[in-house]
Design a binder for this molecule. Structure first.
Ligand SMILES: Nc1ncnc2c1ncn2[C@@H]1O[C@H](COP(=O)(O)OP(=O)(O)OP(=O)(O)O)[C@@H](O)[C@H]1O
Length: 708
């Protein structure tokens, strides 16, 4: 809500004295400088870069800055806050409100201040594009394709262009999409992208160009945008000076979290909106840049200050509040070996005698047993499971652990695994809605139509051709040529779609329309899926989520951009008040913290992952990923090293057992930062003393020295 629109609006000055703001006392000097930067009577401040080490309170500093700006008189409706995930945006909103709540007794209007422009770049992009659709030649009813839909459409075009019949093998749809996406997000010429990241596809440059041209045409004809388009269209819109100025003027302040993981397009958007940097604040940590594989570039943060004249003010946060000193020392040692970085002197006042542990176990079964035993032991000591996380490089690494947790009836939630939207049955229902929303969306239509018994790709293709050729709203679905055996079902289906689209006279119903779609779909499920009963709760869950949105369009947009996790096929999502262990990929652990963290498979081949060791830059990113994982821990950190583990679905290799050594990111010279243990512990009589265990390491070094 716009604060000034509220009945108890602020007094005309709308300002609160800086000295009266209660939160300032809790900040350290650097944080306070970042929060207060530009305060006072000088108007909107120039650009600010906050370089923040892990756990140094950058998220909290950003929230404080937003609260500070609002309390200082800034209109919350004119603050744009861009975060990496929707979850982060929600969390930030909550923190800002909590802070402003502290002033509510004396400044009642602050209790109602709400940030209504906070979200991810993609989410905000979608919203602006819809608002400006008419001005930039977009249909306001455009639908958004997720990665899988985009790959399907690209595949269709690839086929139509005859590339699937080439005698030499043309890149597959997933690779084509990755190349397309890399070129769009890095803004680099195709030849350069191919050379740098896809050299084995370089011979197809001309064909790929043709393919991408046709893909863009197909998207435009169908009025669909893919994820990359949300940024690309926004950036193109900002390349029009008049529009850039107009959109830029909507926001007095623009604040960006996790700036190290933004790409060229995102930087271009910001600079076009705020060319002189006034009102622009970005925060980030170059040591935590982990999204280069999606086109992010750490140069954005490194080059930010010099993009303005005078250059941006830099504030560096170096006090770590999260981790104990030994954990921080180990993490610092790991990142100190990085090839290039902004040097930071991260320190912690949290003393502890416990170094992080390097735990050797025989295989992934023992790894799972170890993790469970430790988690339960800590719980016995009073540490809730929710305060404990298990992190891994690839989602599949936790399979054994998930089985063990299920067997022992220990609840857990997993972040970064199968996403809700990737579940086939969820995609089915959304395809129905999307097709009703936009009859030109062929990917949605193709999926929806084939849900019917007796209708295959051929009939579906014919129906879609007819629908696309018909003028808007005149598709006459019921009269489409379908096989006789399918006719009865088809009539009911056509009536459903017409009802959902509001083509049967009444307005499109919502959320009742969703219920109708679900009821129709549930009747099809037993035919479509053997395990229909397991999938059914997801559909019911989807209906519950849908009911919280004002309409179908908002629902589809939000869900495509920020899907919740799937539940079926995994242990049920625990109740909110229940205790549960956190399982997460390292990427999804970004920005989080837990008291105890265990990292699985800290061995070469897993971290760095053997799919990311093609060049130095990829290896450096893997190092930062391990650093991100280690710096999530407050009090306990275990890095686990199975000597033998099982990997599944390796391309070209199939499932197999692998033997591997400790990750190259923890070479021998870093061992002093860790306590090394082997689990299960040998019987007490055979354990030796700490000194004799250290001696074993020295002996190993001597053996190696023999060959120097
Ligand atoms: N001035 C402060 N005094 C005490 N604790 C603080 C202070 N600033 C931050 N913290 C605490 O430090 C921890 C880390 O803060 P936050 O999550 O904001 O860090 P971050 O910089 O975003 O971390 P990362 O980049 O590693 O994700 C939190 O538990 C937070 O409450």
């Amino acid at each position: 809500m716009n604060a000034s629109a509220h009945p108890s609006a602020p007094p005309s000055s709308g300002r609160t004295d800086s000295a009266a703001m209660p939160w300032l006392a809790s900040l350290n000097a650097a944080q306070r400088e970042a929060v207060e930067f530009g305060g006072g009577e000088g108007g909107v401040a120039g650009p600010l870069l906050v370089i923040a080490g892990a756990g140094s309170g950058k998220t909290s500093t950003l929230a404080h800055r937003v609260a500070h700006l609002i309390a200082g008189g800034a209109d919350p409706a004119r603050i744009l806050l861009l975060t990496f995930s929707r979850r982060a945006a929600d969390e930030m909103g909550r923190r800002v409100q909590r802070l402003l709540g502290q002033l509510a007794a004396t400044h009642p209007w602050l209790a109602h201040a709400e940030l209504n422009w906070s979200g991810t770049f993609h989410g905000i992009g979608a919203r602006l594009l819809r608002e400006y659709a008419g001005r930039i030649g977009l249909d306001v009813a455009f639908t958004i394709h997720d990665r899988e839909d985009s790959a399907d459409l690209l595949n269709l075009v690839r086929h139509e262009q005859g590339f699937s019949e080439k005698s030499r093998r043309f890149p597959l749809k997933g690779t084509c999409l990755a190349i397309y996406s890399a070129a769009v997000n890095t803004r680099a010429p195709l030849a350069e992208v191919l050379q740098a990241s896809f050299p084995w596809c370089a011979e197809w440059e001309d064909e790929l160009k043709r393919l991408f041209r046709a893909y863009v045409q197909a998207k435009q004809a169908q009025q669909v945008l893919d994820y990359d388009d949300l940024l690309l269209y926004w950036a193109q819109m900002m390349a029009e000076p008049e529009l850039a100025q107009e959109v830029g003027a909507l926001f007095e302040h623009v604040l960006v979290d996790e700036y190290q993981d933004t790409n060229h397009l995102q930087a271009a958007i910001l600079l076009a909106m705020k060319p002189d940097g006034r009102g622009l604040t970005v925060v980030g940590d170059d040591a935590q840049a982990i999204y280069a594989f999606r086109g992010a570039t750490v140069r954005n943060i490194l080059d930010f200050p010099a993009a303005f004249e005078p250059p941006a003010r830099i504030v560096t946060l170096e006090q770590n509040y999260r981790s104990t000193q030994p954990i921080l020392a180990a993490a610092n040692a790991v990142i100190a070996l990085a090839a290039e970085r902004y040097a930071k002197d991260l320190r912690s006042d949290r003393g502890s005698s416990q170094r992080p542990r390097l735990v050797s176990v025989k295989d992934d079964a023992e790894q799972a047993a170890y993790v469970v035993e430790q988690a339960l032991a800590r719980r016995e000591d009073g540490l809730r499971l929710r305060q404990q996380a298990v992190l891994f490089r690839a989602s599949s690494y936790s399979a054994r652990l998930e089985m063990e947790l299920t067997r022992r009836n220990i609840p857990f939630v997993k972040f970064g695994g199968l996403r809700f939207l990737e579940a086939a049955h969820v995609k089915d229902v959304l395809a129905l809605l999307r097709w009703a929303e936009n009859p030109r969306d062929r990917i949605a239509g193709f999926r929806a139509v084939q849900l019917l018994a007796g209708i295959g790709p051929k009939t579906a293709g014919r129906v879609l051709d007819n629908v696309c050729a018909a003028p808007d709203g005149c598709a006459l679905l019921a009269e489409q040529p379908v096989p006789d055996g399918a006719r009865e079902g088809w009539l009911a289906f056509a009536a459903l779609i017409d009802r959902l689209a509001g083509r049967d006279g009444g307005p499109a119903p919502w959320p009742a329309g969703f219920e109708l779609a679900c009821r129709w779909y549930e009747a099809q499920m037993p035919r479509l899926y053997e395990d229909a009963p397991v999938r059914l709760p997801d559909i019911q869950q989807l209906a519950r989520i849908a009911a919280t949105y004002p309409g179908r369009r908002q629902f589809l947009t939000e869900l495509t951009l920020d899907p919740p996790s799937a539940t079926s096929g995994e242990p049920g999502m625990p109740l909110v008040d229940e205790d549960y262990l956190i399982l997460s990929t390292m990427h999804s652990a970004k920005g989080q913290e837990w008291s105890a963290v265990s990292v699985l498979n800290v061995v070469d081949g897993c971290i760095p992952s053997d799919i990311a060791t093609r060049n130095g830059a990829e290896i450096e990113e893997e190092r930062r990923l391990l650093y991100v994982a280690m710096t999530r821990a407050r009090d306990h950190l275990d890095l686990i090293l199975p000597q033998r583990f099982y990997v599944s679905q390796q391309q070209g290799l199939g499932d197999r057992h692998v033997y591997a050594g400790r990750s190259r990111f923890i070479p021998n010279r870093l061992l002093e930062h860790f306590e090394q243990i082997t689990w299960p512990l040998p019987p007490p009589g055979l354990r030796g003393t700490p000194a004799s265990r250290q001696a074993a390491v020295d002996l190993a070094a001597k053996m190696r020295d023999m060959w120097r």
